[in-house]
Design a protein around this ligand. Sequence first.
Ligand code: BMA
Length: 822
Amino acid sequence: MLRTTYLHHGWQFAEKSWQSGNHEIGITKTEWLPATVPGHVHVDLVDNGIIGHPFERQNEIGCQWVDEKDWSYRTTFDWSPDPELPRRLLRFEGLDTICQVLLNGKLVGKTENMFVPLEIDVTDFLVSGQNELQVDFQSAVNVGIELQRSYLTDESLAKDTERFVDRSFVRKAQYMFGWDWGPRLVSCGIWRPVSIVEYQARILDVHVAQTHLDDGSVQLHIKTEVENLASDLKVVHLLATGGEVPEDEPFIIDEPELWWPNGMGEQTGFQILTFITSEEDALLELDHRETWVGLCKVELLREVDKWGESFEFKVNGKNFWARGANWIPDHSFPSLVTRQRYREQLERCIDMGFNMLRVWGGGLYEMDEFYEICDELGILVWQDFPFACAYYPDNEHWQEIVKAEAATNIKRIRNHPCLAIWCGNNENLEMHVNKWGGADKHPSRYYGENLYDRTLPNILAELDPHRPYIASSPIGNAPTDDPKIDKYKGPNAGRYGDQHCWDVWHGRGDWKFYGESEGRFSSEYGFASSCCTSLWEKTLTEEDWSPTSPTVRWHDKTGKGTDTFVGYVKLHYPDPVTLEDWVYYSQLNQRDALRFGVEHYRRSEYCKGSLIWQLNDCWPVQSWAILDSEGNYKALAYELRRLHADVMLSIVRVNDTITVWAVNDGIEPAEGFVSARATNLQTGELLGEWETESVELAPSERKSVLEFSVSGLAVPDVLISSQGFDDATAWSLLAEPKAARHADPLPILISNHEDGLITVKIEAPVVDLMFTSEGSPAPFQDNFVTWDQPGVYYLACESIPDTIEARSLSGAHVVKKTRSPL
Ligand code: BMA
C-alpha cells in the first residue's frame, strides 16, 4: 500500500545571506530558528519574536524587508528502505514560490509556481538513516523585478508600462503583493504539506466525466491515470453503496438523483472508490482514492436578446438567480486557513442565502477542502484563473507554464459538482480596453490574451470540455455606438454580459448610483465599511482609538482618503465622532448600499445574478467585506438573509409615492397578501395602513404590488414597514437616517425566555438596534433589528453573554438583564 510520511517536524529557518557571510549588520541576521511547516516566513518571524505581528498597528511597514531577503528552511528525518515500496517521491503540495530543494546536500528539484505541487523522484538520493532536507527560497519580489525588466526590454516596452508589474512575472497569489483591501506581505514558505511518498504503483488522477442526456439520464465515463501499473495489476472502481463500475467505458445512470445548489434541492452524491489491486489477489491494495460524485450540469447563457446580451446560469436545465459574493483568500498567509475555518465561512454563506461564490482571480485555486464543503453545502463556484488587474507575459514560454499549472488544477477540481464556471482572469480585458490610469502608458496589445484566448480554452477543451468558460470578467460584446448603454464601455457595458459596477465607490461614489446600473449579472459591486470593534481591539492600542488615527487609516487600503470615505457615510448618517460611531454608521451605510443594490438588481427584468464584492477579509481592515477577518457579521450580513430569500419585498420611494415590489426567484410559485404601514418613529403610532388583494407570483416573476402616497406625513418622523407572503419583510425610513427624529434611547430589558430564546422589551420604537458583547456582535440569531412598536420581542440566541451593549439610531441604550418574565 502506498505510504505517505509527512515531514512536518524539526524544521528550522534562517535568512540566507547570513549563511554565506554576506549579511547586512543590524538588519538581516537571524540564526537557525525553529519553524513551522506548513507555514510562511512571516509567521515564523513573529513566533520567534523577530517582527511584530504584521496585522497589528502599522507593523506591516516595518516588515517589508522580509520580502527582499532570501530564506532557507531545513530539517532532518530518518528513513529506511522498504523493498515492497521501491518508488520514492519527495512531494511538496505547495511551495511559495521560487526555490530549490536540496536532499543530503544535493540539488534535487526546483519550482517557480505556488499553484503546482512539486514531486521529486528521490529514490537515488535518500539514504538509510538520517537525511537532510533543505529548501532555499529566493525573494519573489527581486525575481519578479528582474523578470519584468528583461521581458519589457525584449518586447521594447517602456519600464513604466502601465499595469505590467513585477507580480505579473511570478506565479504566486497576486494579492500577496498588496491589494486595495490587503497588506503587502509577499512572503515565502513551504505553504502546503510535504511528505515522502513510497509506493509500487499509484493513482495519479481519476476523472468522472458526466454527460447529461436529453432523456434525463446521465452517462458517466471514468478514466484513471496511474503510474507503474505492472501487467499483473489492475484498476477497480467500486461504488460505496455496492457494485463495481467500469474503467474507461461509458455507463448510464437512469433516473439519476441530481445534485442541486442551495435552495433548489438536495446536494445528493455518491462515493466512487478506486483501487489498484492485483489480478490474482483482489484484497491486495496498492493505492486507493475516493471521488465524490454529484450529478450536475451547469450552463451559462450568453444570448443576444431584446435588451442586449444575456448572462444567466442554468443548473440541471433550470434557470436560476445567482446570489452570493466574491471570495478572496481567507488569510494573508494562506497556509493558515484550516478546514474548520473554510467550513465556518462557507456555513455563514449558507446562512446568508448564497448559492454561488466567485473565487476571484487575484487569489488562489483554493484547497480541496473548500470545494468539498461547497459540494456538501450547495454553493456553486465560479473559479477565476489566478490573473488579475494586470498585463501578463504570454509568449510560448509563459503559455507552457500556464498550461501545466492549469492542467494540474483543472484535474484537481473538475470532479466537484459545485464547480460551475471557469473564468480566464479578473478585469484584465476591461483594464486594457478602458486604459486604466490613462492611455499613454498602456502597451499597444493586450498582453495575456494568448493565455486567456488560447492556452486556457485549449486545455479546458481537453480536460473539462463541458464546463462554461469565459475569457475574463467582466465580459460582454457591447456595440460601441449604442447611445442607450450606460456609461460603462466595452466588456463592462450595461445590458451586455456581466458587469463590475464600480461607478459606486470608485466612480461617482454614493450608492444611489446603483439605480443606474444596467448589468445583466452584477459580478462585482460593493461598499466599504469598518470591521467590528472587537477586531479593532486586537489590532490597535489605546492611542489609535479614533476613526482618523494613522493606524486606523493604515487599515484602509480602499484608495479613498478619510474625507471621501467618511463623506460617503455622512451623506446619510451623523458625523462619526468615536471609533464605535464609525463602526456602527459605516456598517449601516454599507448595509443600506447593498440593500439598495441587491433590491435594484432583483427588481430588474433582465439581471440574473448578484455577487457582492466581497465576502471575506484576509486581515483586520476596513473594506467591502461582508464578514470581517474574524468572521464577525457586519450589519449587511444579517440583511442578506432577507435580500437573498426566494421571495423578497422591496420598498421604493419616488417623492411622495411608495411602491412595494415583490420578487420571486424561487422554484415554486408564491401566493399571499402584502401589507404596509407607516408609523411614528418616536411613539409607534399608526399613521397609515395599506394592503393588497391576494398576490400571485410565478417563479422568476417580479412586479410592483402596492402603491400609496405618503404626502402629508412629517418625513423625519416616519418609518414604513411592509410584510407579506409567508415571512417576507422590508422597512425604510422616509428621511435620511441622520435627519430622522428618533425616540430617546430608553432602557432595554432582556430576559431569558427559554433555552435558545430571549425576550427583549422596548418602551419605544427602535431602528437598527445593534447588540454587541465586548465589541463583537452578540450571539443572537438576528441583530441590527428594527421594531416599529414598543413591546416585547423574541430573539433566538446561542447563549446570553455576561455583558451586552446596545445602541440604535436613537443612541446608546442601558441594557437591564432580568430573570423575571417580561
Ligand atoms: C475590483 C476587484 C478587486 C478590487 C475591487 C475593489 O477591481 O476585482 O481587484 O479589490 O474591485 O476595488
